[in-house]
Design a protein around this ligand. Structure first.
Ligand SMILES: Cc1cc2nc3c(=O)[nH]c(=O)nc-3n(C[C@H](O)[C@H](O)[C@H](O)COP(=O)(O)OP(=O)(O)OC[C@H]3O[C@@H](n4cnc5c(N)ncnc54)[C@H](O)[C@@H]3O)c2cc1C
Length: 407
């Protein structure tokens, strides 16, 4: 059987490895960190959200973005310093506005397909990842936002997803801990949540049991293609290494663009920074005052997931600021304030901030397929939905690799 290397032990790399191992391939996974899921797959919003499959390529997103430029509390922060990477990404983002409908429908179909495999793999590999199957509630504060969401609901229905419209009273019934006035919402009972880091770590252990070689603490420096092979040059703190494989899958998150360029491919992923806070729910009052249904507040662009009895994850914001991963207090405070406003009895004395870079393609669609070189494949660029989509794209790239190997 062919030997396949995978660069990246985040959710996309580990699910890809798992699918390839099940097909009998010899799999080696490389990651520069010491453990799996230490970058963007570490502390994300936790939502397995087909209901959030709408791509952002719309003229209204651009207009909203321009308005937000002048508001320091806005969910979007844009560093105005120009770079070719940023400019080319935005130009391509705009050029994909005509594909808004078809890309949203394709994304929701992928998200629905991913659900069954994610749960099945967790069951057979006995992965505890604080899975919660209580649905996702989208909440809106005014008629305009609700009307837009109604249009999105009709579009998602064309991809097979049912979001139920709910009134302000229904919102209180579905999530009684929520304070504040809302115009209405949409509830997707088929959506769920879970801890991406626990899941990816558990599946990585399963990959090892299935015979994968996991190489941590090694950064891939250079890729070289030969007629029948790919050479990976890597290094750790002390030594340089060379490894040879029949094929390679790049699942390197925001680093995929740089690696792709080495083998002649242009994968224009931009790192869209986001923040999360994890609130330990240490006392019984906080545990009963925190939401158990997952929420998406569309105007604030904030999502929540209840992870087990004693953790609340709250995530949001988008920053166009290059590869910067600094944790800025002024970006964390709005997340804490949001919790204090909507869940006043949750104790926020202790919050654990985190930041990650969403590997975002300009068309908001994951890049799944082969490169110019027949030995190189990609499963990357999942943007704001990597947790939701990864099982489906892992199965998809495995099919593509199987087909390539039959010829
Ligand atoms: C704030 C925030 C909230 C989010 N919320 C959600 C959500 O609720 N639902 C959802 O579906 N998605 C969400 N996402 C998106 C999701 O987390 C990402 O799409 C997903 O984690 C990306 O996974 P990945 O495997 O592509 O990248 P990563 O997890 O970053 O994995 C890439 C791996 O490649 C390794 N690597 C890179 N370069 C090299 C190299 N040269 N050599 C060796 N190793 C290398 C890295 O160390 C890393 O481990 C959120 C993201 C953020 C930032």
């Amino acid at each position: 059987m062919k030997s396949i290397a995978i660069i990246g032990a985040g959710i996309t790399g580990i699910t890809t490895a798992y699918c390839l191992l099940k097909q009998g391939y010899q799999v080696t996974i490389f990651d520069k960190n010491r453990y799996p899921a230490m970058e963007t797959s570490y502390a994300n919003g936790g939502q397995l959200s087909a209901s959030n499959a709408e791509v952002w390529n719309q003229a209204s997103t651009i207009l909203k973005g321009i308005r937000w430029l002048f508001n320091s509390q806005a969910p979007l922060l844009f560093n105005m310093k120009p770079s070719w990477h940023k400019l080319s990404w935005i130009t391509e983002f705009i050029s994909h506005i005509p594909h808004y409908e078809e890309n949203t429908i394709q994304t929701v179909q992928l998200a629905i397909r991913a659900r069954q495999s994610l749960i099945y793999w967790a069951r057979i590999e006995q992965i505890d990842f604080d899975y919660r199957n209580q649905g996702i509630l989208h909440i809106y504060r005014n008629a305009t936002d609700f009307a837009h969401a109604s249009r999105v609901t009709r579009l998602l229905a064309r991809g097979g997803l049912i979001r139920q419209p709910v009134t302000a009273q229904d919102i209180r019934r579905i999530e009684p801990t929520l304070s504040g006035n809302f115009y209405g919402g949409f509830f997707t009972d088929s959506d769920s949540t879970g801890d991406i880091h626990k899941y990816t770590s558990g599946l990585a252990a399963a990959c090892e049991r299935l015979g994968a070689t996991l190489i941590f603490n090694q950064q891939v420096q250079q890729l070289t293609c030969h007629p029948q092979q790919v050479t990976i040059s890597s290094s750790d703190q002390y030594n340089a290494f060379e490894h040879h494989f029949d094929q390679l899958v790049i699942c390197a998150g925001v680093a995929s663009r740089h690696l792709a360029a080495q083998v002649g491919d242009r994968i224009n992923i931009y790192p869209v920074k986001g923040y999360s806070i994890t609130i330990p729910l240490l006392d019984t009052l906080s545990q009963s005052a925190a939401p158990s249904v997952s929420l998406l507040d569309d105007s604030a662009k904030i999502v929540t997931s209840r992870l087990g009895i004693d953790r609340l994850r709250v995530a949001g914001t988008a920053e166009f600021n290059g590869f910067n991963t600094d944790i800025r207090t002024d970006r964390v405070l709005p997340l804490i304030k949001w919790v204090e406003d909507l869940f006043p009895n949750v104790n926020t004395r202790q919050t654990i901030p985190w930041t990650g870079l969403r590997p975002m393609m300009p068309n908001m669609m994951p890049k799944v397929g082969h490169g110019h070189n027949p030995h190189i494949f990609y499963n990357t660029g999942h943007g704001h939905l990597g947790w939701t989509l990864a099982p489906a794209t892992a199965e998809w790239i495995t099919q593509i690799i199987n087909t390539a190997n039959q010829h």
